[in-house]
Design a protein around this ligand. Structure first.
Ligand code: FAD
Ligand code: 8RB
Length: 455
């Protein structure tokens, strides 16, 4: 195969990663076909009409910039400056995520984001094929078969290489399983979620502070709310599957009302359709997907949720998937041997996917439980002091993940070393006033080398 003929890629899935990767590759001179199971959301609307939003952070935004899609997305994004914590007694407290408004996250509408990415892809010259669900792959003959929705119409397509951007339930991953041992494991969290809605106030305005990610931490469970640009909020209730309360005991509208009256009282007037939202919306499962291999030589590779689905608690699933896209486009462009490019992509990204998967699991405890804990608050206060005194060496882990683009594995490692320091330095202290700051500063300089920060 000549080098030029090999610069063709077939992407499975026109979701967030598939549409972005397609654009990045066409911009680098590749020919790209994308096959999507569902209809074109620009024609048929998106996902049943419910407004679902996602938190976009620096990693995802940086990838959008590379593709030239950032302006359109940011025009409709809602700034979230920090966590608005709602305590049981109804008091609230805004805990800023960053130093100022340059360190914030952005709530974006998933349907609008996907449409922006599809328009960008089409304008760049990507060929999009809707109602084409990957059904079967002949890896020896290099032919992929797609079915339409009803499974009546089937099309067979020759491919040079397949990219699986087809999400957590990836059909390409299932097909690859028949060819090699992927080392696949799914670990269920044992907690699930339900989406509820806060509509606009009577005068059309937001019912609660729009520029925040709201959290109602309640120990073993929690609610969160993210703002939408149409003055609504999407609320997500996270509960265990078993125990009390759990999805086993909270089963219908009356149960959820009783739970909210006890634990989320200040949210009741905000969610007028609490019972019907709860009963009509599906309960979503939460799990982490681990694979030991993401590619079949030079013929197929997985990325995004298809390769490493994670629990939602760091708001990094899309951000990580977008980072994957930039990395894969660069490896493909740099390395003519496709098997070598896929291997290099996996070598770069798999350890980082593992790191963010772990940090996402850890952030659940942080969000639902630790925001209210004395030791945690003292460590957090010291963390903020050290971040100010040593901005080049000490940075809260949340900031390394959210506002920087250093590898996730670096953020995980530095975060662990910083946490150990905070525990050590606050041991036996009830306040920061009793610390010996010269000794503290010396310890930081000795134990934490300067960070690899973005310019
Ligand atoms: P997807 O976006 O799921 O796209 C997969 C695409 O493949 C879909 O279009 C699907 O129709 C298509 N497809 C599936 N099967 C086939 C097939 N057989 N043939 C052809 N096409 C197929 N991440 C964040 O970073 N921040 C957040 O705040 C955040 N919030 C979230 C909120 C919710 C409710 C959910 C569910 C997820 C959230 N995530 C968030 C995670 C984020 O949505 C995913 O990590 C991200 O969408 C992964 O992108 P992807 O392209 O890999 O998969
Ligand atoms: N998937 C988020 C954060 C971290 C917030 C913090 C957390 C809902 C499903 Cl749970 C969650 C974060 O530490 O203060 N940033 O962005 C997004 C989150 O949940 C999203 C909306 C979500 N993802 C299935 C439900």
């Amino acid at each position: 195969m000549s080098h030029d003929a090999s610069r063709h890629i077939t992407i499975i899935g026109a979701g967030l990663a598939g549409a972005l990767l397609a654009t990045l590759l066409v911009q680098r001179g590749w020919r790209v076909d994308v096959y999507e199971k569902r209809g074109d959301p620009r024609v048929h609307g998106y996902g049943g009409g419910r407004s679902i939003n996602l938190a976009l952070a620096e990693r995802g935004l940086h990838a959008l910039r590379q593709a030239g899609g950032d302006d359109e997305v940011m025009a409709r994004a809602v700034m979230m400056r920090g966590r608005m914590v709602h305590f049981l007694d109804g008091r609230t407290d805004l805990q800023r995520y960053g130093r100022d408004d340059s360190e914030v996250i952005w709530s974006v509408n998933r349907g609008e984001l996907n449409i922006t990415l599809l328009n960008l892809a089409e304008q760049a010259g990507v060929r999009l094929h809707f109602y084409r669900s990957l059904d079967h792959v002949d890896f020896d003959g290099q032919v992929a078969t797609f079915a339409d929705e009803g499974g009546y119409d089937r099309v067979a397509v020759r491919f040079d290489a397949l990219v699986g951007a087809d999400g957590a339930g990836s059909a390409l991953r299932a097909a690859m399983r028949g060819q090699l041992e992927l080392g696949e494991r799914t670990e269920f969290l044992g907690h699930s979620y339900k989406e509820l809605e806060i509509p606009p106030a009577a005068d059309g305005s937001f019912r609660i502070e729009p520029n925040a990610l709201h959290i109602w931490p309640r120990g073993r469970y929690m609610c969160i709310a993210l703002p939408n640009d149409e003055q609504t909020f999407t609320v997500t209730l996270f509960l265990p599957n078993e125990g009390d309360p759990s999805f086993a005991t909270v089963r219908n509208g009356a149960d959820v009302r009783a739970l909210f009256e006890r634990d989320f009282a200040d949210a009741i007037p905000l969610i007028p359709a609490l019972e019907t939202d709860f009963e009509r919306n599906p309960t979503g499962l939460l799990a982490t997907l681990y694979l030991d291999r993401w590619h079949l030589d030079g013929r197929a590779v997985l990325l995004g949720d298809a390769a490493h689905a994670m629990v939602p608690f760091h708001g990094q699933g899309m951000n990580c998937a977008f980072e994957d896209c930039v990395a894969l486009a660069e490896h493909l462009d740099r390395t003519p041997d496709r098997a070598a490019a896929f291997a290099a992509f996996q070598a770069e990204r798999l350890p980082n996917a593992r790191a963010i998967q772990q940090m996402a699991l850890e952030n659940y405890l942080e969000m639902r439980d630790r925001v209210d804990d004395h030791d945690y608050l003292l460590q957090r206060a010291l963390e903020l002091q050290l971040a100010q005194r040593h901005p080049d060496r000490f940075m809260p882990r949340y900031s390394m993940v959210t506002f920087q683009r250093m590898p996730y594995a670096t953020a995980l490692d530095r975060g662990q070393r910083q946490r150990a320091l905070l525990v050590e330095l606050t041991a036996g202290h009830d306040t920061l006033d009793t610390l010996d700051w010269d000794a503290v500063d010396a310890t930081v300089r000795a134990r934490l080398e300067p960070l690899p920060l973005d310019a």
